[in-house]
Design a protein around this ligand. Structure first.
Ligand code: AHN
Ligand code: ZN
Length: 333
């Protein structure tokens, strides 16, 4: 979808006052686990250097566009790394059909931590690259692939670092990290036929119809998309607020408590068609999208030749990664 569609969804960025709430459920848990009144939770320190390296490693393969060699190699790399981090791996292969009739050899990659736990949290990002730089200022680039440092190696890199932390220290609940394929194969701007929402998010649509575990449930899901640019802003995305307002509040409160409220801004954002949508609508897991955008769209480098490592900022990665660690390590069964 292009930005005009997003803007059309409703009023952009009306300001809300911050709602504070207390986390009473945790207190109940604490009494079962300890005899004192203070709940001691140790939350690992997110290493942004490490996340940055995982982004660089993906980008080093070149554009990971569907059916390319770089895509195959990067998928293998993700499998190898997530295995090394101790995840229980499931690979979901599917032939998906793109808007232009191309058969796309898709792989959704799932790494499960604490697989025996029934209370689970789903964390996801897309790992494919867009084959067309259709927003590039130079029309000569419109059919060239995007390198995808921000879109969306950034989200994958942050989740890889979280996986590394999960190996070092367990969470109480189960965590599933899902790398979805074929998010970014939506009709390009230069396509003159009818544009459909359905051409996007093919891998997450497939997963939502065919979860890697039959009857799969998670308490909630968190999608990361374009979480790497300097001074990123993550508004409270409209579908996230509709399907999972409590998750938005939980995550934004954790970010604020950690001093990251200039990233996790207290603003209402427009609705974005992204991988959280099929997960909310098809499998019914309340899922939010942490995604950078503002009044001007997804940033100057979105779907251009300039989505490169120069525009990846470790401070932003830290804000996102540390917030997520806080959320998942505080979660109780
Ligand atoms: C669409 O433009 C359909 N969705 C915005 C989310 C997106 C695109 N993420 C990565 N590329
Ligand atoms: Zn994209």
């Amino acid at each position: 979808m292009n930005f005009s569609r997003i803007a059309s969804v409703g009023i952009f960025f009306s300001f809300f006052s911050l709602i504070q709430f207390s986390c009473t459920p945790q207190k109940k848990e604490l009494k079962e686990k300890t005899t004192t009144d203070s709940l001691v939770i140790s939350i690992p320190t997110f290493n942004a250097d490490s996340a940055y390296e995982y982004i660089q490693a993906q980008v080093d393969f070149g554009p990971r566009t569907p059916n390319s060699k770089a895509h195959k190699k990067c998928g293998d790399y993700l499998l190898k790394e997530m295995t090394r981090f101790g995840g229980q791996i499931t690979v979901q292969k599917a032939d998906l059909i793109g808007w232009d009739g191309t058969t796309l050899k898709a792989r959704n990659i799932i790494a499960s931590f604490n697989p025996e736990k029934t209370t689970r949290i789903l964390l996801l990002a897309h790992w494919d690259c867009r084959p067309w730089s259709d927003h590039d200022p130079n029309p000569a680039n419109h059919k060239k692939p995007v390198l995808g440092a921000n879109d969306a190696a950034s989200g994958v890199g942050v989740l890889m670092e979280i996986a590394r932390q999960l190996q070092a220290q367990k969470t109480t609940v189960g965590i599933d990290i899902l790398f979805v394929d074929m998010e970014d194969y939506g009709e390009p701007e230069w396509y003159e036929g009818e544009k459909t929402e359905k051409s996007w998010c093919l891998g997450s649509q497939y997963w939502a119809k065919n979860p890697h575990v039959p009857g799969y449930r998670a308490r909630y899901g968190i999608l990361l998309d374009m979480v790497g640019v300097p001074n990123a802003t993550f508004p409270k995305e409209q579908h996230s607020m509709y399907y999972a307002p409590h998750v938005v509040e939980k995550v934004w409160n954790e970010a604020t408590a950690n001093g990251f409220d200039t990233y996790f801004v207290n603003k209402q954002g427009g609705a974005i068609t992204d991988d959280h949508l099929p997960i909310n609508q098809i499998i019914g897991i309340p899922t939010i999208d942490i995604i950078h955008y503002d009044e001007n769209g997804f940033g100057d480098f979105w779907h251009t030749q300039n989505d490169t490592m120069e525009n990846i900022d470790k401070t932003t990665l830290k804000a996102v990664g540390q917030t997520l660690l806080g959320v998942i390590y505080k979660e109780r069964e």
